[in-house]
Design a protein around this ligand. Structure first.
Ligand SMILES: C[S@@+](CC[C@H](N)C(=O)[O-])C[C@H]1O[C@@H](n2cnc3c(N)ncnc32)[C@H](O)[C@@H]1O
Length: 187
């Protein structure tokens, strides 16, 4: 649930560009069941609905939904994604909220609901990404050098011995947990 400490930017809505939406759509299998968390004015959910069998859309701000009719295969729930149960049998989830402070909560809820794929843009400089939620993150401390994305949502670059910074390492984002930021937050 919302607290007085929620960052203001998390409560704002702004549309993404068409390239972002095109990348998201390229990862939606035809006929899939999709959960979009933080669906804004449903512009992306409508696009996804043209490929998917069913789209669950969660949005906390009812005023954004407007008065346009909603496609039959889009089921909208108004509420806080942190409090709402996530549906089961979701093939892929979408969370386009860079670095939201409850990323880890969504990740855990998706895994518990049996969803193993998440499209997000929580990754430093890499635009939109498809994450395999079935892969266990490794410990931050085991990362020698390179870009990381922590299960808490934080991303960054861990410095280390430069001789280990190969081209492959530089182009890879390691999934980790227990990064300095989540230790700092106490999560
Ligand atoms: C960056 S916008 C993205 C909107 C949409 N996905 C799109 O691409 O057009 C993030 C959305 O998440 C919503 N949001 C923020 N916190 C939320 C929460 N706790 N539960 C559900 N939605 C939330 C905001 O109201 C906003 O509409």
């Amino acid at each position: 649930m919302k607290t007085g400490e929620d960052p203001l930017w998390e409560q704002l809505w702004a549309p993404y560009d068409e390239n972002t939406y095109a990348q998201v759509l390229s990862w939606i299998p035809a006929g899939a069941t999709v959960l979009e968390i933080g669906a804004g004015d449903l512009r992306l959910a409508r696009r996804i609905a043209s490929r998917a069998r069913l789209v669950y859309a969660i949005e906390i701000q009812p005023a954004l939904l407007g008065v346009r009719s909603i496609p039959e295969n889009v089921q909208v729930t108004v509420g806080d994604a942190r409090d709402l149960p996530f549906p089961e049998k979701v093939d892929v989830a979408v969370l386009l909220m860079r670095h939201c402070t409850w990323f880890h909560l969504c990740r855990d809820k998706l895994v518990a609901a049996g969803c193993s794929r998440l499209i997000t843009n929580a990754r430093w400089r890499l635009g939109v990404e498809l994450i395999d939620l079935a892969l266990e993150p490794s410990a931050y401390d085991d990362l020698m050098i390179g870009w990381y994305a922590c299960r808490c949502g934080a991303t960054g670059f861990r410095s280390g011995p430069p001789e280990h910074l190969t081209r492959l390492v530089a182009e890879t984002v390691a999934e980790v947990d227990q990064c300095p930021e989540c230790r700092h937050r106490g999560s």
